[in-house]
Design a protein around this ligand. Structure first.
Ligand SMILES: Cc1cc2nc3c(=O)[nH]c(=O)nc-3n(C[C@H](O)[C@H](O)[C@H](O)COP(=O)(O)OP(=O)(O)OC[C@H]3O[C@@H](n4cnc5c(N)ncnc54)[C@H](O)[C@@H]3O)c2cc1C
Length: 416
């Protein structure tokens, strides 16, 4: 048996970093090869004009089991969203809160025109049921689309159109709610059990928190892998370097690098996030805003967090567009500015930054909680959210499972 096997992890996203953490915790050390100049993969943040601008709006759900295992949440100085959402409709705002989690929202929720009394009861019942339902039971349930699930549960077309549709469009990054009902139950449960939050310095901090405890792992950024020879585990880098590895964890969400290995092609859900400066907030709280109007292009809005300690009289809006459109960036920006004025009352907004995210979430059928298979071939393992479901939780678990499979394989060679 090789005493200190050379282990290479390709990709320093959440999956690759979790694999490195699990390996270190079990006495192995790896080298991580990352193509980009920064670690984190889809967890990226720029600081512009004193604000943390994430590459695409995403939230950290504090109830994710794998996040609690691998991320020191207090170190992130989390800023939590209020439960529920602000719905901008017909020039008016209404607040749909989660009365179970935050009793102060009860009155606003009951007054919200977005939901009928029956809907509010169903929200209450669903929350109780899903809090009690195990993750195993959720991921073993038959899959239907989220839209079919909501209808079958008895929700009215009004709450589906005004709340569930825009809220889950923002989460799934698709506007038909065709995403699996398993994913709906999982995400709903996570929202009910914990908080939706942002690290004070943006989502990239999650990647930093994952990498922080690594002591024996080398991370090489700006190091793109162009090919892996499957039979002899030779890694070819873009710069011409060739590395001989004993074991490889491919955590890139692309098995195209692996010669002779083919799996089903993944299609991706995309979004565009635009950041605008605006004179003042429409609410002083960190709420998720939704525009349910079917003609509106904006889906979700919130406030980006200020990292600069100096006072700023303005706010930084984060606006996410999910709908398909053929608008050039200037036209899109203009349409979004118009809608911010008409629906939400933000006048004189100024575009600061626009991010197109072409590969935000994998579009998966038959989602699972953990990957079903992480072994590509002898000594080569796979990680990434594409193997289970499009979430940070799944990415972390995939890294853990790939590392576990590697250790098991290595130990099995020892006893042969
Ligand atoms: C806009 C947006 C919104 C989201 N919202 C949420 C949310 O609200 N909740 C949630 O749970 N999840 C959300 N997610 C998903 C979550 O961010 C991902 O599931 C998770 O970050 C994926 O991690 P990963 O390691 O699987 O993949 P990635 O982060 O994609 O990591 C893959 C890494 O491999 C590297 N790589 C690729 N090719 C090569 C190569 N040839 N050589 C070397 N390195 C390579 C990449 O640069 C990257 O660093 C969102 C994502 C986006 C983008």
């Amino acid at each position: 048996m090789i005493q200190n096997p050379s282990v290479y992890i390709i990709g320093a996203g959440a999956g690759g970093l979790a694999a490195a953490r699990f390996l270190e915790a079990n006495g192995y050390s790896a080298t991580v090869l990352e193509a980009e100049k920064k670690i984190g993969g889809r967890l990226q943040t720029d600081v512009i004009e004193g604000y943390a601008l994430d590459h695409g709006f995403q939230v950290l759900l504090t109830a994710y089991p794998a996040v609690n295992k691998y991320v020191d949440l207090p170190s992130l100085n989390l800023v939590c969203f209020q439960p529920g959402a602000v719905i901008f409709s017909g020039g008016r705002q209404s607040v749909l809160g989660d009365p179970l989690r935050q009793p102060s929202m009860l009155l606003k929720t009951l007054l919200s025109p977005a939901a009928s009394v029956k809907d509010k009861f169903l929200v209450y019942r669903l929350t109780r049921q899903l809090k009690a339902k195990t993750l195993d039971a959720i991921f073993a349930a038959p899959e239907i689309s989220t839209l079919e699930y909501l209808r079958a549960y008895g929700f009215s077309p009004v709450i589906i159109e005004k709340f569930f549709m825009p809220f889950f469009t923002g989460i799934y990054l698709e506007d038909k709610l065709s995403t699996s009902s398993r994913m709906f139950e999982f995400i709903y449960k996570m929202f009910s059990l914990g908080k939706a939050a942002l690290p004070a310095n943006g989502m990239h901090e999650v990647a930093q928190a994952l990498a922080g405890p690594l002591k024996k792992t080398e991370i090489r950024t700006n190091t793109r892998v162009v090919k892996i020879e499957r039979d002899n585990k030779r890694i070819h880098l873009e710069n011409g370097e060739i590395i001989n590895a004993d074991y490889i964890i491919l955590a890139t969400n692309s098995d195209k690098l692996l010669s002779g290995y083919h799996s089903e092609a993944i299609s991706w859900k995309k979004c565009t996030t635009l950041y605008f400066k605006a004179a003042q907030p429409v609410s002083n709280r960190q709420l998720i805003g939704l525009i349910p109007d079917p003609d509106a292009i904006i889906n979700t809005l919130s406030y980006a967090l200020r990292v600069d300690t100096r006072e700023d009289n303005e706010v930084m809006l984060s606006v996410t567009v999910v709908k398909e459109h053929a608008l050039a960036d200037e036209e899109l920006t203009e349409k979004v500015r118009q809608e911010l004025m008409e629906h939400c009352g933000f006048n004189n907004t100024r575009l600061v930054k626009l991010y197109h995210i072409p590969k935000a979430l994998p579009d998966l059928k038959n989602v699972s909680y953990r990957p079903k298979n992480v072994t590509a071939s002898d000594g080569i393992f796979l990680a990434g959210d594409t193997l289970a479901n499009g979430s940070l939780n799944a990415a972390l678990l995939s890294g853990e499972d790939a590392a576990k499979a590697l250790i098991k394989y290595h130990s099995s060679i020892a006893v042969q």
